[in-house]
Design a protein. Structure first.
Length: 281
């Protein structure tokens, strides 16, 4: 929601700027908001992957879901602050007649750091899904058994629900779009305020606006609130009850005297377990 709101404000400023080319506030509003908005989307994607890891099994991830979400959301927050500082510096330079390129470089540094965080996030997610697919949990130092003969049997791999499949598709789809947009904005700002890329409106529409709008639509259709926290979302793998290895026999063996004549006085017979309703009849 924060990403969509910032995009609306940014595009409002861009339209305002198109109507008044010399209006500095309109230009600064659109450049800052359209650069900062996807950071909120990235934070949401980091959180969603942490929930998916918790659903399918933290044993397949290098980091726990809590550590994963905390680290990557913190990286995204750092990138957001750096981009905001760069945007503020460029805005002050524009208003005072200084050189705005210094602020632009700071903004580029924030975007590059965000790309770095997204790359690590993609690598971590890829490792998790591969380990889950081949059922290869991460072996941690404190989990190495001292005696292999006494090692308890490992719990079966949690199944993938339809909700998790849809959410994983939405996560991958949105991540690719965010990656494309971040690379474009980096090239755009490195080209400078007077370069040909920043003045190409069609390129901006297709490489910045279109990926973000498409990602937001995807996450509204494949809504994480419904797929991960809805009524049929399921439970985390750590809370799912595993089926017992051996089920109790529904027909326990009882020993007693048969009601008919038999060669032996005492016999063993299998009688079905009777419920309380049967006993009351």
């Amino acid at each position: 929601m924060l990403c969509a709101l910032a995009e609306v404000i940014g595009w409002g400023g861009r339209y305002w700027s198109s109507q008044d080319y010399v209006k500095l506030d309109a230009f600064l509003m659109q450049i800052c908001c359209t650069i900062l908005a996807p950071s909120f989307l990235a934070a949401g994607l980091f959180f969603i992957l942490g929930v998916i890891i918790n659903r399918l099994g933290p044993q397949y991830a290098t980091f726990s879901p809590k550590v994963f979400s905390s680290v990557f959301i913190s990286c995204d927050l750092i990138a957001l602050v750096v981009q905001a500082v760069g945007g503020a510096g460029a805005s002050i330079s524009f208003k005072t007649g200084g050189d705005p390129n210094k602020g632009a470089k700071i903004m580029v540094g924030g975007i590059i750091f965000q790309i770095f965080a997204i790359t690590l996030y993609v690598i971590t997610a890829l490792e998790f899904f591969i380990r889950y697919h081949f059922d290869k949990p991460v072996v941690r130092r404190n989990q190495v058994p001292q005696d292999t003969e006494k090692q308890a049997p490992r719990a079966p791999r949690p199944p993938v629900s339809r909700n998790i499949k849809f959410m994983s598709f939405g996560l991958i789809f949105s991540t690719v779009l965010l990656y494309i947009r971040s690379i474009y904005r980096t090239i755009e700002l490195l080209d400078g305020w007077t370069g040909p890329i920043i003045h190409n409106q069609a390129l901006f529409d297709w490489m910045d606006a279109f990926p973000i709008v498409l990602a937001l639509f995807a996450l509204n259709i494949l809504n994480p609130g419904r797929l991960l926290f809805g009524r049929n979302a399921g439970q985390p793998a750590s809370q799912q009850q595993q089926p017992p290895l051996q089920q109790q026999n529904e027909y326990p063996i009882q020993t007693g005297r048969l009601g008919v004549e038999s060669p032996a006085d005492d016999s063993t017979m299998a009688t079905p377990r009777r419920s309380d309703a049967d006993l009351s009849k």
